[in-house]
Design a protein around this ligand. Sequence first.
Ligand code: TEU
Length: 559
Amino acid sequence: MTIAERNWWKEQVIYQIYPRSFQDTTGNGIGDLNGILSRLDYLSYLGVDVIWLGPVYPSPNDDNGYDISDYKGIHPDFGTMADFEHLLAEVHRAGMKLIMDLVVNHSSDEHPWFKSAVASKESPYRDYYIWEEGKASGPPNNWVSFFEGPAWTLDEKSGEYYLHLFGKKQPDLNWENELLRKEIQDVARFWLDKGIDGFRMDVISLISKPQDFADAPYEDFVDIVDKVYANGPRVHEFMRELHDEVFCHYDMIALGEGAGINPEEAVKYTGKDRGELNMIFQFDHMHLDFGKKGRFDPVAFSVKDLKDCLLRWDAGFAEDGWQSIFLDNHDFARMISRFGDDSDQYRGVCAKLFSILLLTQRGTPCIYQGSEIGMRNTHFDSLEECRDLETFNYYRSFKAAGMSDADFLAVANQMGRDTTRSPMPWNEDENAGFTQGTPWIKMGDDVSAINVQSDVMRADSILRFYRGMLRLRKEELALVYGSLVDLPQDNASLFVYKRVWSTKKEELLVVLNMSSTKQAAPDIDFSKWRLLIANCLIKTPKHLSPWEGRVYKRNLSPQ
Ligand code: TEU
């Protein structure tokens, strides 16, 4: 086994801010940059290193900012460029870093490039997008969008179709065009020169399209993404070009969102001599419950499936490459609601267990806002309360296929993206201190009990536990550099592994009971280990309570 090289970016913990839902200061019901500024003390208290700031650029907000109409501006809902610069300076002053979302697989259809491209086939911007002639029966091929329905929309004026792997207001950019690639380089330089510390790069694995635009020979949407849309013929060339032209001149984090990658591809994106990205997000564990028609067609999965998936991916990075570990984000249900038990009885202990899992895997951890206080899925009582275009698009098609509103709402409450986008609950004030206006999306149902203030006050809170785990992550570099060694168990509810750091002759042991029932403890002589942290009072060494998690340490005896 090779010994992982030390790099500062491996030692960071990232905190994802979904700007609309973090903190409003103007009363318009939408979070803003000054709101984030006002909460920097909180992030310092929590102990995270890097803020990943979701998109704050001008946008018609068809997909909440993932449809950008000006890559070099700030949306007035969020503030001004001066506010951004002030925030960045204060983030740095607080000893943290800030990375921005770079959304360049597609732009908004309201971007001046697209407007010009549509206005005339002769426009120099026409080729910044992907146009194809339709077939007699309709679109150029059978590709479907991530957000349901065809991935092509007809431009009536020219009679050609443009490609959009996401919503129809999100036309895909044509990376085959060199001038377009130069524009992207220019955008990246613009922000890096302001002093930001890197990018989270939205669906970067999708930027190179197979140029024959042949039909996708798969029914299952995950297959279509993995085998047709992702890792296209020139993607690594494009990544290297961006690195050589821009990224290599900055000491930065380049974190790719790797929709549709597999372990082999992941190492190509992030291998240390490849000159592409530092790290990547993979999505296999997020797709465990996706059925043939995607997220709104869920299937059952087990703890073993989750474990196997995490182990398979860790093994993929054993020799080279690096990943960023996450268990939820703004696109997926809350981790305790999805993988755990979010009942009143077990929410607390379960959220703490998942913090152990998240912060003891090998990879740069990413905490999604609110997980550190154990937020659970928000439940919507009607579709009128929902906000996400993906939900609305799937609703139309599932309804046309005969599904009832009640059944669809039940699935949306389990799997939809809105479940995870409710504003941060800060305290017991009106709207939990998020806004003095009307929140853009419903607050969680339980904000009077689940909020930051109440967790700060309680010694045994989830928040305090996260702080402890974050401290541990800083103190124990074995958690960053140690190899991950699974200790297989007959009991499928247990996840037991070691992090072995041979360089320093140290190893850590992680014992997790991922179930709501008491389990026999693994057959390990715990007297040989020193307990570092645990989420329960250890009642008997022979048993693990529901969702009990522990981390131990010992020094390896000299060989
Ligand atoms: O998401 C990409 C995306 O669609 C995946 O996370 C997807 O949900 C998963 O692979 C399941 O198929 C990014 C952004 O995070 C999301 O909010 C945007 O809507 C999307 O890109 C388009 O920009």
